[in-house]
Write a protein that binds this ligand. Structure first.
Ligand code: ARG
Ligand code: ASP
Length: 712
């Protein structure tokens, strides 16, 4: 009864929740099973146009950009688009005080001016194969886990070796559906990647961390690279002889814009989702762990803000740290809100009731009967260790002095027997670390963060289950004063002096350094008291999760399941649409240049507007990039299931033409990594017409647009 009442209220409040279209990150080689639904939603191309190994298809234009983003090829000369925040590292590496490309943007006038990016790579998926039955050959249900794992590993090794003989591509085999299926991937990795162009940060990062995860959004989040190959089109390291890579396919670009209600899809590399967790796990993450991390990071960010506002140099020094911490902080806040607002835990519990009844309904389902009970027990046991891990990680990473001390762990093991050559190498590398560490280090911030985190740590974690050094602290403020006064790890000069005079017996000084002592205490506690249990329970949960996944699929044979994201190429689809985040609020699906002018504030770093952009706006000089409503559209939302890694992914129309670049999600729906809800989960993309407008009208780099295929 209670359940019925709940479902009814739910259906009235959020009618669209009952139709789950939009959910799912689909394997491109299996897209024929979705084709009918996609076409009913409006798609005018076929699954075979998206993924084929017999002829060129859209997949030939999609790449994994570096290790964490997606990119797409938009010309026959290897021109590649991705997000500004994905190209950020490469842009920063080429920036100096004289050439500040982050601030001013960068545009190569011709190919000779393009900047090589050593260390950057892009990966093309050439082919995918289902190898489940071969990987699971000889594996049985009653095998113990260790035997099972070693059998699987041996099979994978054998298949990989076999396929490697017949191909020039990189071979890898990955588990899908939590270890119930296995697919083999043939990849080709290009390493001569050059920076072609990027807008200034106050376009590419407009709104900064203030607007991050939030709608309405006005970020021109794009950058342009080019892939180079040897003269035969094969991957090759940088060489002046290399030529632009000619893809089997590049994306066509539509100038028609994102029309509300239209079918749309995203093609890219989502990193990680966990849609099939039991209710206890979601509850633990959303209501125990995330809130603690959010609270601690919120306090750290307050301290950063205070000092960043006082001093321009500090603002730059802590910009990237602030962005990193702030990105997770804001997202996890949204996750907790979303899960609770949308009764995510209860919904999972209701499903589990059904699952339990189904499992008990037939003897053949015996392996599923105790599953949920075992999850309950495991997650209860895990709690203590998860909490301990959270504090270890937050204090170990965010007290910068401690994390810096950690870099000296190897040096602390030097003895009289260690070859001088090894010591010299360690010293050289530590000097490099010190140089980059102190460049962006501001001690007053670290002191205040340390005092705050240690107080929180002592308050939250029991004396018999925390790093021992905490129990020797009588007064945290006094401890912190002494720590920073006595440690030689607080300045580049004293670190270098120590390194210059280093001998085997200097190890004593290091081991007695209070920052190093604290670091050792934290790591030792984690290694001896947290990690062993954390690892063994997690391993058992992975086993349960695999069986639970199998059970869910057996229980709902008609349902199409999509495997959790695992950094492999996926297709996700939905509609161009806005949403209603709260009662009485209605979000339109697009933003315009007017919004940038509304947000403009020359005194707030995130909201400075380039004079040249203002001029174009005042003259309404949008050329063919204006929408038919006469305005310049900047960003738009859609109900497409995306996650981290999908940044830079193309968002395409019913004909498979480029509409924009995905770069974020709306805060209210960040729970989509755990539970996707089409009424509230929206991805955010920058409109390709704004991208072209910036390239052509703002930067005067029309030669780049001329390389592309534009469909008016
Ligand atoms: N939230 C987006 C993602 O998770 C964008 C992050 C980069 N932008 C920023 N303002 N920090 O990656
Ligand atoms: N901003 C994310 C990324 O960089 C995308 C997301 O989490 O929605 O991959």
């Amino acid at each position: 009864m209670k359940r019925l009442a709940f479902l009814l209220t739910f259906a009235v409040l959020f009618p669209s929740c009952l139709i789950m279209a939009g959910e799912g990150m689909w394997i491109p080689m299996l897209l024929q099973y979705n084709e009918k639904e996609m076409q009913e939603m409006g798609m005018r191309i076929t699954a075979d146009d998206i993924y084929s190994i017999n002829h060129s298809s859209l997949k030939d234009a999609i790449v994994l950009f570096g290790g964490g983003c997606t990119g797409e090829i938009v010309s026959d000369y290897g021109l590649l688009l991705t997000n500004h925040h994905c190209g950020y590292g490469s842009i920063q590496r080429h920036s100096s005080v004289e050439h500040d490309y982050l601030t001013d943007g960068f545009w190569a006038n011709d190919r000779s001016q393009e900047l090589p990016c050593p260390g950057m790579s892009v990966t093309f998926l050439r082919e995918m194969r289902d190898v489940t039955s071969r990987v699971l050959e000889g594996v049985t249900d009653d095998m113990d886990e260790a035997d099972r794992q070693s059998k699987i590993e041996a099979n994978i090794k054998k298949i990989t070796a076999e396929v490697e003989k017949e191909t020039e591509y990189k071979v890898s085999i990955k588990p899908f559906f939590l270890g119930n299926e296995y697919y083999l991937l043939l990849n080709e990795v290009y390493t001569d990647i050059r920076l072609v162009g990027c807008p200034p940060s106050n376009i590419g990062k407009f709104g900064g961390d203030t607007d991050n995860w939030v709608w309405p959004r006005h970020t021109g989040d794009f950058s342009i690279f080019r892939v180079y190959a040897d003269k035969d089109g094969h991957p090759a390291d940088y060489s002046a002889e290399n030529v632009p890579y000619k893809p089997a396919k590049h994306l066509d670009i539509s100038l028609k814009g994102a029309v509300e209600g239209d079918f749309t899809f995203v093609f890219g590399y989502p990193a990680r989702t966990s849609e099939y967790l039991p209710a206890v796990a979601v509850d633990q993450e959303a209501n125990l762990i995330d809130p603690i991390t959010v609270d601690l990071r919120g306090k750290i960010l307050d301290i950063y803000n205070k000092y960043q506002e006082q001093d321009k140099k500090v603002r730059i020094q802590y910009a990237s740290k602030h962005a990193g911490l702030g990105n997770g902080w804001k997202k996890w806040m949204g996750v907790t809100e979303g899960i609770n607002h949308f009764h995510g835990v209860e919904k999972k519990q209701f499903f589990e009731e059904d699952f339990q009844n189904w499992a008990s309904g037939d003897e053949s389902r015996a392996q599923y009967v105790n599953l949920l009970g075992q999850f309950e027990k495991n997650y209860k046991d895990l709690e203590l260790f998860q909490l301990a891990y959270t504090y270890v990680a937050e204090a170990g990473m965010n007290i910068e002095l401690f994390s810096f001390a950690g870099k000296f762990a190897k040096l602390a093991q030097v003895t009289k027997e260690t070859p001088q050559e090894d010591i010299d190498k360690m010293i050289a590398s530590l000097k490099g670390s010190a140089k980059s560490f102190f460049k962006d280090y501001y001690m007053p911030i670290d002191k205040e963060v340390a005092a705050m985190l240690l107080k929180e740590y002592i308050k939250a974690q029991p004396a018999d289950f925390r790093p021992a050094f905490l129990n020797d602290i009588k007064d945290v403020d006094e401890y912190v004063e002494t720590l920073f006064a006595k440690s030689f790890l607080v300045s580049e000069e004293s670190v270098n002096a120590f390194l210059d005079g280093f001998k085997a017996k200097s190890v004593k000084k290091l081991q007695n350094d209070p920052a190093f002592v604290a670091y050792q205490s934290i790591i030792g506690f984690y290694r001896d008291h947290v990690y062993p249990s954390l690892a063994s329970i997690t391993e058992d949960n992975q086993r349960l999760q695999r069986i639970y996944m199998k059970g869910q699929m057996e229980m709902q044979p008609e349902k199409r399941f999509s495997p959790d994201a695992n950094f492999t190429l996926r297709v996700t689809y939905g509609k161009i649409e806005g949403f209603k985040p709260k009662d009485g609020m209605n979000y339109r699906h697009f933003t315009t240049l007017e919004g940038i002018m509304q947000k403009e504030n020359p005194d707030i770093y995130d909201y400075v507007v380039e004079p040249r952009l203002k001029e174009l706006y005042n003259n309404k000089d949008y050329g063919r990039y204006a929408d038919k409503d006469g305005t310049m559209h900047v960003a738009f939302t859609a109900s497409v299931h995306t996650t981290g890694g999908n940044s830079g992914s193309p968002i395409l129309n019913a004909d498979g033409q480029l509409l924009g670049l995905n770069f974020d999600r709306c805060w209210e729906g960040t729970m989509s990594d755990l539970i996707y809800d089409p009424s509230i989960c929206r991805n955010i993309s920058v409109d390709i017409r704004y991208v072209l407008f910036i390239i052509d009208k703002f930067a005067g780099a029309k030669h780049l647009v001329d390389e592309m295929t534009i469909v008016e």
